[in-house]
Design a protein around this ligand. Sequence first.
Ligand code: ADP
Length: 191
Amino acid sequence: MRLILMGPPGAGKGTQAKVVAEHIGVPAISTGDIFRANVSEGTDLGRKAQEYMDAGEYVPDEVTNLMVRNRIDERDAEPGFVLDGYPRTLAQVEELDSMIKFTGHELDAVVVLTVDREELVQRLLQRAETDGRSDDTEEVIRRRQEVYVDQTEPLIDVYRDRNLLIEVDGMGEVDQVTKRIFGALEGVHES
Ligand code: ADP
């Protein structure tokens, strides 16, 4: 099964991607986590990504695309994957299409988590206190939300037009949201 989890910063993509991926037996691939791991290990990729991440901007497509391509080529992703944080631009959508086509498979569904704007800010400020992520300051959070609206929200229409979109209410407890996602995925069959 090949799934994308989408939603604005703070929607709970990362949390849900891990649970869903485990449930269907495929890896959860989080571009944010891979970038952060590279930043803390001080790799070339980390050095390229850090300034963008700290400003709340997207890392350039060519850097992100290559990283995802390499990750999807790994053996554990052969039966599928849950993508968290990718694609985020129209150029990344095209790139992902070509990566999946190359494997002879298709994308099965795109789950979008919807959460009130006010709740999103509260969650991110809360996370700032508990996790200490360098991009969870009020100013950078605001910038990340703008970038999401400008560059990533248009992808929702693209996937809706392809009949791949599943909108799931992301408000409430983590477990409740997980149940809603599982319920929504029952109708999805691997192509
Ligand atoms: P969030 O969605 O909560 O903002 P993530 O952990 O998913 O956080 O991503 C953190 C940062 O990593 C983003 O703000 C961006 O700089 C970078 N990033 C992650 N995924 C992508 C992507 N697909 N394209 C470009 N940049 C990305």
